[in-house]
Design a protein around this ligand. Structure first.
Ligand code: 5GP
Length: 191
């Protein structure tokens, strides 16, 4: 049986990629689920363990890593660890279902080697100032966290050429349409 489609989505903090993914998943063009990553970052207010992330201690994360439970992992913003548990991906792909990964550029590079057949999308904004504006509006980040995220954003933007498509998310509604069109075309080309 052919594996289901694997979709990698990266983009700097503030690009609105999580909201965009959520909107696309409200009406996906084919059966598609978002993999729930594990992270050592503390939960933000309103985040629930097992929904946005599996919030694991560093000890648990290291134990799972040693046991080979991760498809990939990375230290993001030079701070916390994030990883994709294999159990969130492999069983679904094997059933022919689509899986979408919200993943940083380092993790995406690792997964590309493991699954050469994938679709990758980079979400960006057209102007640099917009990242900082959006991060400030979020009001969940400390000034230190905003600074770290902007530093990572510069490095991530340099690697957008590694992706099959770049979706500009200045306007969410337009970005949702463009993202869906890319998925639809990819799916019909595979069939
Ligand atoms: P946040 O802390 O804002 O939720 O996420 C920070 C960054 O970590 C985002 O760029 C997100 O794409 C990335 N990320 C989330 N889950 C994973 C994962 O499982 N693996 C990797 N490598 N990056 C992830």
């Amino acid at each position: 049986m052919t594996l289901g489609p694997l979709i990698l989505v990266s983009g700097p903090s503030g690009s609105g990629k999580s909201t965009l993914i959520r909107r696309v998943l409200e009406q996906p063009p084919f059966p598609l689920r978002l993999a729930v990553s594990a992270t050592t970052r503390p939960a933000r207010p309103g985040e629930v363990d097992g929904q946005q992330y599996h919030f694991w201690s560093l000890e648990r994360f290291q134990r799972e890593l040693a046991a080979g439970a991760f498809l990939e992992y990375a230290q993001v913003h030079q701070q916390h660890y994030y990883g994709t548990p294999r159990s969130e991906v492999d069983p679904f792909l094997q059933q022919g279902q689509g899986v979408i990964l919200d993943i940083d550029v380092q993790g995406a590079a690792q997964v590309r080697k493991i699954y050469p057949q994938h679709l990758s999308i980079f979400v960006a904004l057209s102007r640099w100032e917009m990242y900082e504006q959006r991060l400030r509006q979020r009001a969940t980040e400390t000034p230190d966290s905003i600074a770290r995220r902007l530093q990572t954003a510069r490095l991530e933007l340099e690697r957008q050429g590694e992706y099959d498509h770049v979706v500009l998310n200045d306007n969410l509604e337009q970005a949702v349409i463009q993202f869906r069109e890319i998925l639809t075309k990819y799916h019909s080309d595979r069939c």
